[in-house]
Ligand binder design. Sequence first.
Ligand code: IPE
Ligand code: IPE
Ligand code: MG
Length: 241
Amino acid sequence: MMHSLKDDKRIDPEKLPRHIAIIMDGNGRWAKQHGKARVQGHEAGARSVRAVIEACRELSVPVLSLYAFSTENWRRSAGEVNALFRLLSKYIHKEIGELHKNDIRVRFMGRWEGLPKRAVDDLRYCIELTKDNQSLTVNVAINYGGRAEIVDAARSLIKKGVAPDKLTEELFAQALYQPEFSEVDLLIRTSGEVRVSNFMLWQISYAEMQFPEVLWPDFSKEHLCDAIAEYQSRKRRFGGR
Ligand code: IPE
Ligand code: IPE
Ligand code: MG
């Protein structure tokens, strides 16, 4: 019988990160390791998405941001891009009932322009259905770029006619895609690559970062608990002493 994650003695429930962001990397390498097609790597990655969502909810982590498709991922082959969006719709249809039942709220970060119509419809449905849910918020980053987000924020502030001397960091943060969640406490990138690849550039300014070697399809609840325990062992100083 599996213990509840809340029984993990290494984790202090009083010091949980309030916002975890994950760069889900390594699906292609996982597929290669297993002699499978890249698409099958992405399919396997979808199971890890389910696991981390469940884990965050069990532990009462309030916000999880997931990097699913970057503004640079359009450079991949049309076949892979189409497969990723097909998988997104399949995932939504398969999981939405359970997500809603578990009181999980889904939000979107990214540019709507350029997304396939089916993805737009499925995402909008999912966001609308779950908008009043309270247990965990999952921000999915699709057609997302940190620089694009900053440019979009600047555009919206200029359109509102904000005067230059009235612009503050707080006001700027209010113009980001999900202004309620403008600080990331813990950033995890799987697969051993040590870079941020244009993810949440504004929000990670004081995030604790971890780069576990594990490939995304192998990332489990246990790995998330390891990351949280490691996070809690660090001393965050925010420039102070
Ligand atoms: C991450 O896995 C998934 C997406 C970027 C959509 P990759 O597809 O980048 O896997 P690797 O880096 O080739 O192993
Ligand atoms: C970052 O991974 C994007 C996502 C996980 C969605 P990539 O695999 O696209 O990043 P690079 O190309 O290795 O920097
Ligand atoms: Mg990659």
